[in-house]
Design a protein around this ligand. Structure first.
Ligand code: ADP
Length: 490
């Protein structure tokens, strides 16, 4: 199959979150299965042109009432031989820092035009290359216009048999803008309603993708169910329910070249399931030393690596109420390390906790190397998100034999099995209702198991490490989906 990925981000070229990793890793896995996969994305200012090859000639891209001239650059996805990435180059739209915005302006006001250029440009690019995909696979709101254009403007000529797949990586980000931008999208006003743009008299990119795409996916089976409920639907649950027959949840994979305790170059001692006890002990010692905690193998160490945003349950974890981190660390014989950055109130709370608890240490900032050491050196990993489309850290934790403590939601519910104290089964600890109190109790349960059920902890570690979260598993499910949707057009 010929598959075109349309995305605002792809690792390692531009990344603001898990979307970039997922797009690249899925593309690589599909390419390894023998498919002709190509990625199209913007050439942001930070992507060095000198390392890319320029396609001959300019490319004019009609965007509604205007036409924008672009250049196209290309290179191969690193580590592959036949996975081209195409970059749409346009100074006005992408010649600046930031993918969607910058800290002082997190959502550029011309984003409708910028991502219209990306999506309209994707079709022009295919014509320029004389390469027409069987599948256009668009990711998140910023690429949502691609399936809309396919359905209303483009399904003829080379695209007559092309099908669209749209993946929701996080329903919380929808791309909602004034409808004054609509004429820049290249969709006739007569489709304003039928394409699904209208959202309380504004335009909603994600909504248009949900309505116009041939099939929809999201990044875990449980999240696929949750987004069809009023609680998890961010206002779009009705639409998602109406499309439930076309919506599939496919779990993201993990890059096991990077996140693999047997060959991780960021940790002092690599290990496998067979050597987990000694391997984790060495990493725990290093982590305790680095974070200035008492070096003691007997005290259970809880790790957290997260963006400090509400979605991740930071209020329940760190706000100074009974049950949250202060009470846990003050009342239980345990240690906690936190790596994160984000909301300033939370960073301040973490500084206060640093000053008031000797068994707690937070590192505020982004630190890739430390994130690996926390996964390898902790005994438990806390990730009590309010919602989690897929989540990566709980999967890293399982692969590193670090038992996750999670809320039963989205990808967390799909990847962690709750501890059964009677039999020793399970791979982690699950809570249903998120509150400081329930967190305190669940952490207490893990602390109890640590001190009193050592054999269960050892069994759970081995079971956790035996899970397979490779992208090859997910890629095969996408192939099945592509094949089934293509039948509608051929
Ligand atoms: P989300 O994409 O919602 O942030 P995920 O669990 O899917 O959550 O992915 C988060 C990724 O970002 C993980 O790879 C995690 O290790 C990494 N990460 C988050 N915060 C930090 C940080 N402060 N330092 C290093 N890595 C971080």
């Amino acid at each position: 199959m010929r598959i075109l990925m349309v995305s605002a981000e792809a690792a390692p070229f531009a990344k603001t979150g898990g979307l970039a990793d997922a797009v690249s890793a899925l593309s690589i896995a599909l390419s390894k299965l023998g498919h002709d996969v190509r990625i199209v994305m913007p050439r942001y200012y930070k992507i060095d042109r000198a390392k890319l090859t320029k396609l001959e000639g300019p490319m004019g891209v009609p965007c509604g009432y205007t036409e924008e001239w672009t250049a196209v650059y290309t290179t191969n996805m690193p580590g592959t031989e036949k996975l081209p990435v195409y970059f749409i180059d346009n100074e006005k739209c992408f010649g600046r820092d930031g993918v969607y915005g910058v800290p002082s302006d997190p959502d550029f006001s011309d984003n409708p035009f910028r991502f219209s250029l990306l999506c309209n440009g994707a079709f022009q690019l295919c014509r320029k290359l004389d390469w027409y995909p069987d599948i256009i696979h668009a990711h998140d709101w910023s690429a949502a216009l691609a399936p809309v254009l396919l359905r209303f403007n483009e399904r003829h000529g080379g695209f007559a048999h092309t099908a669209s797949v749209f993946t929701i990586h996080n329903l919380g980000y929808q791309g909602v803008y004034s409808k004054h931008s609509y004429p820049l999208l290249g969709i006739d006003w007569q489709h304003f309603y039928s394409a699904g743009f209208e959202d309380y008299d504004r335009i909603n990119f994600l909504k248009s993708g949900l309505i116009s795409s041939d099939v929809l996916t999201t990044v875990s089976p449980t999240y696929a169910r949750e987004i069809q409920t009023p609680e998890g639907g961010f206002g779009l649950d009705g639409i998602l329910r109406s499309r439930s027959g076309d919506l599939r949840g496919i779990l993201n994979g993990v890059d096991t070249e990077v996140w693999n305790p047997s060959k991780d170059t960021c940790i002092p001692k690599t290990y496998t399931a067979r050597t987990v006890a000694s391997g984790k002990a060495a990493n725990k010692k290093a982590l305790q030393e680095q974070m200035g905690l008492e070096v003691n193998p007997d005290i259970p160490l809880f790790g957290i690596v997260t963006r400090l945003v509400d979605q991740k349950g930071i209020a329940e974890l760190f706000a100074p109420t009974y049950g949250s981190t202060y009470s846990m660390c003050a009342n239980m014989r345990m240690q906690m390390v936190v790596l994160g950055s984000g909301e300033s109130w939370c960073e301040n709370e973490l500084r206060t906790l640093n000053n008031s608890l000797s068994n707690f240490c937070a590192y505020i900032g982004y630190n890739e190397k430390l994130s690996h050491l926390i996964e390898a050196g902790s005994d438990f990993f806390l990730m009590p998100s309010h919602y989690e489309p897929c989540g990566l850290n709980q999967m890293y934790s399982l692969l590193y034999g670090t038992l996750p403590i999670v809320r039963r939601t989205g990808g967390l519910a799909d990847t962690v099995q709750n501890y059964n104290e009677a039999t020793g089964e399970g791979t982690g600890f699950i809570l249903d209702y998120l509150s400081p109190n329930s967190l305190y109790d669940t952490v207490g349960w893990a602390v109890y198991a640590w001190y009193n059920k050592k054999d269960h902890i050892a069994q759970m570690r081995k079971r956790a490490m035996a899970q397979n979260f490779g992208w090859d598993v997910s890629a095969k499910q996408y192939v099945d989906l592509y094949e089934s949707v293509l039948k509608r057009f051929n």
